[in-house]
Design a protein around this ligand. Structure first.
Ligand SMILES: Cc1ncc(COP(=O)(O)O)c(C=O)c1O
Length: 390
């Protein structure tokens, strides 16, 4: 991965710091970034927090405050914080295997696992691939099951021309270093729902009612609790996951070139998949509308020798990779979950298990040159052919 925080971003920071005596804690820059992000995405409200993991946590906490206790359907392939958010809120994660073409949840399995206890489907769009269909969104709507989209790895990806993160009730983004847009650390919770928005604003800041945007909400609390001063009414047991003005300044500067950067990332993925040997590697990903920050590399067959040879060749060439693709593969194999589940439950999801053992991701970034993508493909194809001969 290369550094996506450029001289322009640093200059924006220097300009901001050099004018007057700027407020540095959450203030007008954060608000402006939220408004610009909402406009870019096409939603009514956005709340900037200090990480994607915090966006996940606040989202599930707000879900529970609104709809109560129950189950949340989650992927077996996702980042750890999607599942730990559910655990931290004492809700029950229900797992679903992946669809190998999108690396997202197998949507038919999701529908089968919905019960009267289901409070939400928390889907992750993995590494830029769209994980939903219009039929699926409509089916959830008909069954009155809220859809939450984790778009942390897929800023700018679309379905039928509309951005992912606008189909669900709520969506989450991460602005960590490697992602399409980076604020160093940062995340966003997005929604069209006014009530949800107000709760997220309070949860971000100690549960304080003065954080609500709506004067009506603030007044309701003040009237209900006349023994408390309106400055200090804590409505929810919450956290402080605010960001700073500095991170928002970087985000606003980055947003100006996000679409142009995404075009380069999309072209790089196409080049990568077009030049990989489809006899050795899975190349049939659902790329319609996709927008990634990393290349997905999955072996067609279960071949331990080839897998190990790839890792050795990449390491020797100084090319960074992650095994298991997003979040280290099958989450059910991770110690934090193994403790909570039956010992062999991880093996009940064969498709994610294949990606766990035979899948990787390799960084893709806007200034990655065509020649280097082609060299990477040549290297991978040669390792594959070498293994076939031996
Ligand atoms: C799908 C997904 N959700 C959540 C997160 C958490 O984001 P952060 O690293 O900003 O906490 C990530 C991180 O990369 C992610 O990939």
């Amino acid at each position: 991965m290369s550094n996506n925080i450029t001289g322009d971003d640093i200059n924006a920071l220097v300009t901001f710091l050099g004018h007057g005596n700027p407020i540095l804690t959450q203030s007008r820059q954060v608000e402006a970034f939220e408004e610009e992000w909402s406009e870019w995405l096409g939603v009514k409200h956005s709340v900037f927090v200090n990480s994607g993991a915090s966006a996940n946590l606040l989202t599930i906490a707000a879900l529970k405050h609104i709809v109560g206790d129950g189950e949340v359907i989650v992927p077996t392939l996702t980042w750890v914080s999607d599942i730990t958010a559910v655990l931290h809120c004492a809700m029950k994660p229900v797992f679903v295997d992946i669809d190998p073409r999108t690396l997202g949840m197998d949507l038919s399995q999701v529908l089968k696992k919905i019960t009267s206890a289901t409070k939400a489907v928390f889907i992750t769009h993995i590494l830029g691939y769209n994980a939903i269909t219009q039929d699926f969104v409509e089916e959830l709507r008909a069954r009155k099951v809220p859809l939450i989209e984790d778009v942390c790895e897929s800023h700018g990806a679309t379905m039928a021309g509309r951005k992912l993160g606008t189909f669900g009730w709520v969506s989450n983004f991460s602005f960590y270093y490697a992602h399409h847009l980076s604020t160093i650390e940062g995340g966003m919770v997005c929604t069209d729902d006014d009530n949800f928005y107000e709760i997220i604003r309070m949860l971000r800041s100690h549960g304080m009612t003065r954080e609500a945007k709506s004067a009506g909400v603030r007044q309701r609390y003040a009237e209900e609790y006349p023994d408390l001063h309106p400055n200090f009414i804590f409505a929810y047991p919450a956290w402080n996951v605010r960001s700073t003005e500095l991170n928002a300044v970087i985000g606003r500067s980055q947003l100006k070139r996000l679409d142009a950067n995404n075009k380069k990332r999309i072209a790089n993925l196409k080049l990568f998949l077009d030049n990989l040997n489809p006899e050795i590697y899975f190349t049939d990903f659902e790329t319609e509308g996709s927008c990634n920050y990393a290349f997905t590399l999955v072996l067609k067959n279960r071949d331990d020798q080839l897998r190990d040879a790839i890792m050795e060749a990449l390491a020797n060439a100084g090319i960074e990779f992650r095994r298991g693709t997003s979040g280290g593969g099958n989450q059910l194999r991770q110690p934090y979950l193994r403790k909570l589940l039956a010992n062999d439950e991880a093996q009940e999801y064969p498709k994610i298990d294949h990606v766990h053992f035979y899948g990787f991701y390799i960084g893709n970034y806007p200034d990655l040159e065509t020649d280097n993508v082609l060299r990477l493909c040549r290297l991978l194809n040669e390792v594959g052919r070498g293994q076939e001969k031996s």
